[in-house]
Design a protein around this ligand. Sequence first.
Ligand SMILES: [Zn+2]
Length: 299
Amino acid sequence: MLRLFFSMMLCWLPLSAIEHIEHYEIFTKQYQENDTLFLVSRRFELSGVTFYLTTNTQTLQTKVLSFDASKFMPLDENFSKTPFAKQLSDATALQGKGGATHGTTQNDKAIYLTMDLCPSAKKGYESEFIEHLTKQNGKTPIAIALSSAWREHHTKEFEALLKNPLLEITWVNHTHTHFYDPKLVERQNFMLHVNTDVKAEILGVEKTLLEEGITPSVFFRFPGLIADAKLMRELRETYFLIPLGANAWIAKNEPIKTGSIILIHGNKNEPQGIAMMEKKLPDVVKNYKFHAIKEAFVQ
Ligand SMILES: [Zn+2]
């Protein structure tokens, strides 16, 4: 029953009250199904059953599945030729910008909205903005970059986002603790801090999401959009996550253009960005179309 359930559902049901994921780890293989190559990137156990986090290398859709591991093969050159591997390679070459800043597909008038949930002492989230957005635009695709540290102190807010029927959410990994020290210079701050445990930062959020019944996506956002070549190499070779930068960070007054990855903060730490986006909304809704973030990379 459990096996059938996980195979059929894109999302899990909340399981946190019942049981916890065990032995969550990096596990790298590929397998072929019909004409499509799938990447297997994580493995874990739940109630004695082994599950795998998989990515369709054509569509970038992730799924949690439990199946016979005998069909798994080591990654080979066929993986390197997939659309996923190409996008991963291109985005991780952009360390100065924190990753891809705009869509690489030719979607007419497409824009991609991303909203960061960095840790915050502020209660609530930008719920009024979300309400105005969905009132004007209807059901809206949005990529939400979640830190476990925000989730931990915003249970109700997280639930409200999760259950909003007018949001089509792609959950993006924004690290477990999202370390930041205002006294440190950029090159020693965020994930570049000397004590950063990269594995714990990345896998911690994925486990948080999975235990909420959510399948993590293939997308990652560096805290502060600050990265270096070493971290990018780890995303590419170990974690298989596409880093998302932005070329329309609204609070920085960067203009929205076709293909823009738009950045706002949903944690109430950047109200000026929200106010500016509110102002732009009627024009944006008229002239552009919000798309799911994966459509920035594959058609
Ligand atoms: Zn952040």
